[in-house]
Design a protein around this ligand. Structure first.
Ligand code: TYM
Length: 330
């Protein structure tokens, strides 16, 4: 069975974009692949965090992995810092990544361009840590949303570079980016990605949002005055974004079918249907989330996940250190 790995960095609450672009894919693939899904808490601290808020977000991230359908019997679910090999290989990766490569990574570039002050060194080198997260486990595929593809491509470059220099150390992974829903946009500004870093806003639907609030956000989504449900991201970005959400929450329904269903109907009808789908999803996730929070499944899942992940990751770090010549005893 081929292996797959991915992670989420819960610097804020999980939202519909992270669900459609990533989490839903993890769940879909867990039957056919050996799935590793982790919570990237080392990545969280690349930007300042309030300790209590971070702790709650990490807890909720595991609970939501489970509530969205990841099954600890099938998938290995773990917290990044429970596997110290991530930090060790992260440092080694840093030493094999060029500054020119890190300079090209859009996340750091964007923050710098916005004039954000006191950006951390961790934020700058974080793609190297992400390469370590992946390469420790030799996955064939890494399911991610569009914005993370660049990091998986860098991971491939680093893996190939190290394989050429030290012999066959790593499987070179491929990013797996869904055709629909890989970039869910903000409901208030469909030219921007739906993002947890925007804090409380009307453009982002959080998985733990109150259902009424979520419905209101969908009904208030920015559209256009063309009065025609049609998939055209360039000229109708708001409607096209809602179509992506609707399709993704209805078994990847093709866009032409959605266009037919809403032919001659107003945007109000379409938004209502999208809101129904979103609320149905949120309700089911939240019911399971509440059950999970009232049980001991989170602790058990993380313990069991860390045990399995540590065995694989420690073996890989040993192999890499030996190949580089960092170990004294052969
Ligand atoms: P993060 O936490 O920003 O996002 C988690 C996953 O959700 C996807 N995503 C979206 N997809 C569609 N539309 C959106 N609006 C949207 N917002 C987020 C992201 O593309 C991502 O797949 N660096 C990573 C976490 C990470 C990781 C890894 C991922 C650390 N190590 C190793 C894979 C493999 C991150 O910050 O994702």
């Amino acid at each position: 069975m081929k292996r797959m790995l991915s992670g989420i960095k819960p610097t804020g609450e999980l939202h519909l974009g992270s669900y459609i672009g990533a989490l839903k894919q993890f769940v879909k693939y867990q039957d056919d692949y050996e799935m590793f899904a982790f919570i990237a808490n080392l990545h969280c601290i690349t930007v300042p965090q309030e300790p209590e808020v971070l702790q709650k977000n990490l807890h909720d991230c595991v609970a939501l992995y489970l509530a969205c359908g990841l099954d600890p019997k099938k998938a290995t679910i773990f917290l990044q810092t429970d596997v110290p090999a991530h930090a060790t290989l992260g440092y080694i990766m840093c030493c094999h990544t060029y500054m020119g490569e890190l300079n090209r990574m859009t996340q750091f570039k964007d923050k710098q361009a916005k004039g954000e002050k006191n950006l951390s060194g961790g934020l700058y080198t974080y793609p190297a840590l992400m390469a370590a997260d992946i390469l420790l486990y030799d996955p064939s595929y890494v399911p991610v949303g569009e914005d993370q593809k660049q990091h998986v491509e860098l991971t491939r470059d680093i893996a190939q570079r190290m394989n050429n220099r030290y012999g066959d150390l790593f499987t070179v992974p491929e990013p797996l980016v869904g055709k629909v829903g890989a970039r869910i946009m903000s409901l208030t500004d469909p030219t921007k990605k739906m993002s947890k870093s925007d804090g409380i806003n009307k453009g982002c639907i959080y998985l733990l949002d109150d259902l009424k609030a979520a419905r209101k956000k969908v009904m208030g989504a920015v559209t256009d005055n063309l009065a025609h449900v049609h998939y055209d991201p360039e000229n109708q970005p708001g409607i096209s974004n809602l179509m992506q959400i609707y399709s993704s929450l209805n078994n990847d329904r093709p866009f032409d079918e959605i266009e037919k269903e809403f032919e001659g109907k107003g945007y109000g009808d379409f938004k209502c249907a999208v809101a129904d789908s979103v609320c149905e999803l949120l309700e089911s996730i939240q019911t399971k989330y509440n059950e999970i929070c009232n049980s001991d499944i989170i602790e058990k899942t993380l313990q069991q996940g860390a045990e399995k992940a540590n065995v694989i990751a420690n073996e890989k770090v040993k192999k890499v250190q030996k190949a580089i010549g960092m170990e004294i005893v052969k």
